[in-house]
Design a binder for this molecule. Structure first.
Ligand code: SF4
Length: 347
């Protein structure tokens, strides 16, 4: 039975109109699901009984189930979810002063092979449907409601490469952003790619006001090739060309994500090279420096506090807009993919 959760308002409208219903009917059902959080067709009392019966016959409203839940002392919530076919995905919410952003997975496992990433330890099985991504959001909202909170921002930055599952990710964004439902502002939604030029250009043409983050993690091909195999296929020159196209078509800024790995990409020379890369290419960019969450199965070490600070200051001195990401979830399996890897091992 098909899950109605994956339907954007546009798709739901087309579907209902084809069944002889008015456009308004779709708005009503969409509002019940996403505005009021009602996942039971019987409770949609302003929808005719006969159409509710039809919906019950042909559709379900099914959420992923929670396998494991970790809540850190700082309020970070991490969930391991089971999907309908038994596949498992992770999501996390980090409590900031400004709200409750979640990091959503877009695939089961990931084949991009970034050397430092726990998610990459489990190869890609499949892309997630829009229903499964919306499901992550709704389940987190249910958990947060216990604390009187709700999801305010979305980062498609969990397990998986979003542009490898482009259409489903865009459908998910349309659902989350829709004013008739969850109404999460476009500027509160970020898609993060490891660097697929075609996806970057396509995303720039969507006409959305959402954000793009690029997991850069190195200032040159030599280092990037060592830690991100995608760079062998799409070297820096190609990536920067795609970013320039994105910036000019979208009129938006790009965020460069940069995980600092001790002795790998955290020297002052790297900081200088990164600053030159941004300035020489005249990129409207912001750098988000991320202290690495060490993963037991991996050799990479986090940079010392003094290296992080020196790197940050070197960028600022060169006029680059940069911040160091606040750390969360120190007493739980905070790194992306870590909880699922741990669970699979225990099994
Ligand atoms: S960092 Fe992202 S793209 Fe790279 S392996 Fe991990 S999940 Fe995949």
């Amino acid at each position: 039975m098909e899950n109605l959760l994956g339907y954007s308002l546009e798709r739901m409208t087309d579907c209902f109109v084809a069944r002889g219903q008015s456009k308004f009917r779709a708005k009503q059902v969409f509002g019940w699901i996403y505005g009021k959080g009602v996942l039971d067709f019987d409770k949609m009392t302003d929808v005719s009984l006969s159409f509710r019966e039809e919906l019950k016959r042909d559709f379900c409203l099914s959420l992923p189930s929670i396998i494991a839940k970790q809540v850190a002392s700082d309020g970070t919530v991490k969930l391991l979810l089971r999907l309908e076919d038994g596949a498992k995905v992770e999501e996390v919410m980090m409590p900031y002063d400004y709200g409750c952003p979640i990091c959503v997975s877009s695939e089961v496992g990931c084949s991009m092979g970034c050397a430092f990433c726990a998610s990459g330890l489990l190869k890609k099985e499949r892309g997630l449907t829009s229903a499964e991504m919306v499901g992550q959001l709704l389940v987190m909202n249910q958990v947060l409601s216990e604390y009187g909170l709700r999801v305010t921002h979305i980062n498609v930055m969990g397990t998986g490469e979003p542009f490898d599952n482009y259409d489903n990710v865009m459908e998910f964004i349309r659902i989350a952003n829709c004013q008739a439902g969850l109404a999460i502002g476009a500027r509160h939604i970020t898609v993060s790619t490891c660097g697929l030029p075609e996806g970057i250009r396509r995303y720039g043409k969507e006409g959305l006001q959402t954000n793009l983050a690029l997991s850069l993690h190195a200032p040159n091909d030599k280092i990037r090739n060592k830690i991100m195999p995608v760079s062998l296929k799409y070297p820096m020159k190609e990536l920067i060309a795609a970013i320039k196209d994105y910036l000019s078509t979208s009129g938006r800024r790009v965020t460069f994500e940069y995980i600092l790995l001790s002795g790998v990409n955290d020297t002052l020379e790297c900081a200088d090279e990164l600053a030159r890369l941004i300035r020489d290419n005249d990129l409207f960019a912001y750098v988000n420096l991320i202290p690495y969450n060490e993963v037991k199965e991996m050799k990479w070490k986090r940079s010392s506090k003094s290296s992080v600070s020196a790197f940050h200051n070197a960028l600022l001195k060169k006029g680059i807009n940069a911040t160091v990401r606040k750390e969360f979830g120190g007493d739980i399996d905070a790194a992306c993919g870590q909880l699922r890897v741990k669970y699979e091992k225990q099994q």
